[in-house]
Design a protein around this ligand. Structure first.
Ligand code: ARG
Ligand code: ZN
Length: 874
């Protein structure tokens, strides 16, 4: 039952208007849907009308143009409504379905979260509400009437603008909403419940007044203030950066606690996982505030990139997601520090997308086939998709990029578009031929760019031989060379960029563009061999392979004019050391230290003009995932952990005075603000503490204990607890118990507590996790709890998930099988932990395979889980 891009066909019918009448009444909830349909001139004539359904129950007799249909003229099953001989001209069809929202544990369609009714329709949830042409290229104008008990659901919201509301008999009331913008059904939303609200307003550049509201659980109003602030900043930024204004009279956001993903951009009515709305200094970390800012922006930006212009089909998902991630990343970079945000985005890309692209789940940014679309809301579609847009901007330049965006908005507003149509706008606006660039959308795998240098002192010629290689991925063996823009510079011994003059081979100052498998770039008239700085600011999402000496790397780490590459040089130096160290540990050796790495960190910590946020990033070692990828095959997670831990200990021991001085210079200043500068300060404080504690002395543990107890904000409290979590010490357990008591009534805070314990790199952790599944705050019904505890263990604890006895894999298989019948989407997500199982050493690999086979043998499995297990084992 695979769906293929090549099989796309225009719909045979169009739905111009939709009138929904939703009567919220517990298990007797009724949805009356009145559709104005007509044959699509671009579709096939004379075919039956087949509407999608999923677990639907038809109630009463359907009406065709107001008259009851006779039983022989239609068929209704849970998965389809068929009208055998539809009229040849426009007609009206009225269908009623009966729903039980409280029984909907998949959290797709209409369901209950807490006491509220809410919906999630992307990708294919609308068909769980009513029969419909559930595909993104069917755009309709919606009018929605909601009726509910006044006490149970005083708040009634849907897309668009409010039209009418009033009281009804029997303590009931209603509200009517109208959305003038044609939209696909995946953007439909309604909410009914007893919610508190904070309100604000916004005046758009052209003077439209917009009422803003964020709905939350009663008592949580104050915690929505930062989200509101982020929303207003997002609205202004989109006007300034992209010339995009908001287009309705109201913009509503609702925070719910049971949500499969982060948030959803329904037109005029965004529904959010409350984790991305609620924050206070006592309950949220700086990272939580940053997450709220970027998700609020992301969903808001979808109003243009996603809603006004949507996707023709789900293969084009990156058309809205990659582009919108790009936009939210640019927003965050403008709000905070450009280089630091770039570093953290690239860290994210490397830790999830690179492994995905190198393993059994690899797929192109625009996949060409799927069995379950929910499994394609991936780091590749989102984050690599954003990198592709960034490369496009680098290639054609800022001005042409903006002209291309303007053309895209002008030409495709109100349409369901494709990647080809999107790229054509940039080709036209820039005069570039972007045919080869489109390969970024169709070829999976992270390109490797292999560089060798040649220095000829006698002629002063420096040459770079650059080769590209795109690894084979499932279903794709022969790859074509891609367009790879490499921002670069050559560092002279004074630390400045060498002046390159104009060499015909260099495309633009500071930019090399690869287009074929091999290139040679020559730079003449140099006085000395420069140190190359390639792929500055991570201009392309590639693996750069160049064998620079430690001296070169440590020189670049200190002097590169591109801050991203300073960080990158340091990461490269540490990565090389750690890979060697892991190898020696497996052969019975000891972890390696490297005095110059510790010195480099100390010099950044001690610098007078220190940028705290950057210094923190600079001092964090490559992750275990980074090292796993670098090693590539026959991976032993215990050796990687030991190498990393050993280097941290060595650094800690060598530069303890600098760490202590840095730490005490960053003492808590009392009042909390979530701005980037203060957050940077706290993050560096956390990094220093973490290194001190790993050094193991009682003094350091006492420092962490004090920071934990005295903390006046969650960032400092969490960083102390996180530092303590890596030492097997009674102080750690005391802090964990204290935390549980303090925040017993704060589920989002306890998620941090679950995740931190799940990540403890000790043999006892699996039992601890099993125990925590019985904790009163844990629930298999809540996606956030599952992701924190089970996801925290499977994806955040490489040594214990990959226990050599396979118990970690068996545990995950048990949870996946238990969850699958209730919430297949969340069950399938957990399987992401197996994305690199084939790179493991033989023993673990066999055990991982055994767990995957055990899942695969169960019947029935959801399409979500069976699709992933099949691909994992292929
Ligand atoms: N469009 C949403 C976003 O990017 C994600 C919704 C995905 N939902 C799903 N059930 N697959 O913000
Ligand atoms: Zn999105």
């Amino acid at each position: 039952r695979a769906v293929r891009l090549a099989d796309y066909r225009a719909p045979d019918f169009l739905i111009d208007t939709v009138h929904l009448d939703v009567n919220l009444a517990g298990p007797e909830t009724l949805v009356v849907s009145r559709l104005r349909l007509r044959p699509n001139p671009a579709g096939r004539a004379g075919v039956p009308l087949v509407l999608d359904g999923d677990a639907l129950r038809l109630s009463g007799t359907p009406l065709l143009d107001g008259a009851e249909l006779d039983a022989a003229s239609y068929a209704a099953t849970p998965t389809a409504f068929t009208l055998h001989e539809p009229p040849a001209d426009a007609f009206e069809l009225t269908l009623t379905t009966k729903l039980d929202p409280a029984a909907n544990t998949q959290l797709m369609g209409l369901y209950r979260s807490g006491s509220a009714y809410c919906t999630q329709c992307e990708a294919e949830g609308f068909r769980r509400i009513t029969y419909f042409l559930d595909r993104p290229d069917v755009l309709s104008v919606y009018t929605v009437r909601i009726e509910a008990d006044r006490a149970e659901a005083p708040v009634l919201l849907a897309n668009g603008n409010p039209v009418e509301s009033g009281d009804l008999d029997g303590n009931r009331h209603f509200a009517v909403w109208h959305d003038p913008f044609p939209k696909p059904c995946y953007l439909f939303a309604l909410v009914g419940g007893d919610l508190a609200v904070i309100k604000d307003d916004f005046r758009t550049a052209s003077g439209r007044h917009v009422d803003l509201a964020i709905y939350v659980e009663h008592g949580k109003e104050e915690r929505a203030a930062y989200a509101m602030d982020a929303l207003k900043r997002s609205m202004r930024w989109d006007e300034q950066a992209f010339g995009r204004e908001y287009d309705l009279d109201v913009f509503n956001i609702v925070a719910v606690s049971d949500f499969n993903m982060g948030a959803m951009e329904n037109k005029g009515l965004n529904v959010f996982n409350d984790k991305y709305v609620l924050a206070s200094s006592e309950t949220a970390t700086d990272a939580d505030y940053a997450g709220i800012e970027s998700v609020i922006a992301h969903e808001y930006f979808h109003n243009w990139t996603g809603n006004r212009i949507t996707c023709r089909d789900w293969f084009q998902l990156c058309l809205k997601e990659g582009l919108t991630v790009f936009r939210d990343q640019e927003f965050t970079q403008d709000m905070r520090s450009r280089p630091v945000e770039r570093i953290s985005d690239v860290r994210g890309l490397r830790s999830v997308q690179f492994p995905e692209d190198a393993g059994p789940f690899a797929h192109p940014v625009r996949p060409d086939t799927y069995r379950e679309i929910n499994n394609f809301y991936t780091a590749t579609v989102y984050e690599k998709g954003a990198e592709v847009i960034r490369m496009l901007k680098t290639l054609i330049g800022v001005d042409a990029f903006r002209r291309g965006m303007d053309l895209y908005f002008a030409r495709h507003d109100g349409e369901a578009a494709t990647i080809e149509q999107f790229i054509a706008c940039f080709a036209e606006a820039s005069g570039h031929d972007l045919k080869q660039f489109l390969l970024w959308y169709s070829q999976a795998g992270t390109p490797e760019v292999i560089v060798t240098e040649h220095w000829d002192a006698s002629s002063g010629t420096y040459a770079l031989d650059i080769r590209q290689h795109i690894p084979a991925t499932p279903g794709q063996t022969d790859k074509k060379p891609m367009v790879i823009p490499l921002a670069f510079g050559l560092l002279g011994s004074d630390g400045n960029d060498v002046d390159l003059g104009s060499d015909g081979r260099v495309k633009r100052e500071g930019l090399i563009v690869l287009t074929s498998g091999e290139h040679r770039f020559e730079f003449r008239g140099l006085k000395e061999r420069p140190v190359p700085s390639l792929n500055r600011n991570f201009s392309s999402p590639i693996q750069l392979k160049i064998d620079l000496s430690d001296n070169d790397l440590l020189f670049a780490a200190r002097h590169d004019g591109d801050q991203f590459n300073c960080w990158q040089a340091m990461q490269s130096a540490m990565t090389r050391l750690l890979v060697t160290s892991a190898k020696e540990i497996r052969e019975g050796g000891k972890p390696l230290g490297e005095p110059r790495i510790a010195e480099a960190i100390a010099s950044v910590l001690n610098a007078n003009d220190r940028d705290d946020a950057f210094a923190a990033q600079f001092s964090i070692l490559p992750t275990e995932t980074d090292l796993t990828r670098e090693i590539g095959t026959n991976v032993d997670p215990d050796a990687i952990y030991a190498a990393r831990r050993g280097l941290k200990e060595a650094i800690s021991a060598q530069i303890q005075p600098s760490l202590l001085a840095c730490y005490s210079g960053l003492a808590d200043q009392g009042s909390y603000t979530p701005d980037a500068k203060s957050a940077g300060r706290r993050s560096l404080r956390g990094v220093a503490l973490d290194l001190l504690v790993v050094g193991g002395g009682d003094e350091a543990i006492a420092l962490a204990e004090r920071q934990y107890a005295d903390a006046t904000n969650m960032t400092d409290r969490m960083s102390a607890l996180a530092s303590l979590s890596q030492v097997d010490h009674p102080v750690r357990e005391r802090a964990f118990s204290d935390f549980a008591e303090r925040f017993a009534n704060e589920p989002l805070v306890l998620d941090k507590w679950f995740a931190l314990q799940a990540a403890i790199p000790e043999r006892g952790t699996l039992d601890r996790v099993r125990g925590l599944m019985n904790h009163p705050a844990f629930s298999m019904g809540n996606p956030n709890r599952i992701r924190s505890l089970v996801g925290g263990f499977a994806s955040g604890n490489p040594t214990q998930f990959n226990r050599p006895d396979g118990a970690g894999y068996e545990f995950l298989a048990d949870v996946v099988l238990e969850l699958d019948p209730k919430n297949p989407q969340v069950a399938a997500r957990l399987l992401g932990a197996f994305r690199s199982w084939k790179t493991l050493e033989n023993g673990r690999r066999a055990l991982a395979e055994q767990a995957l086979r055990r899942i695969n043998a169960v019947s029935p499995l959801s399409a979500d889980v069976s699709d992933l297990v099949t691909r994992a084992l292929a």
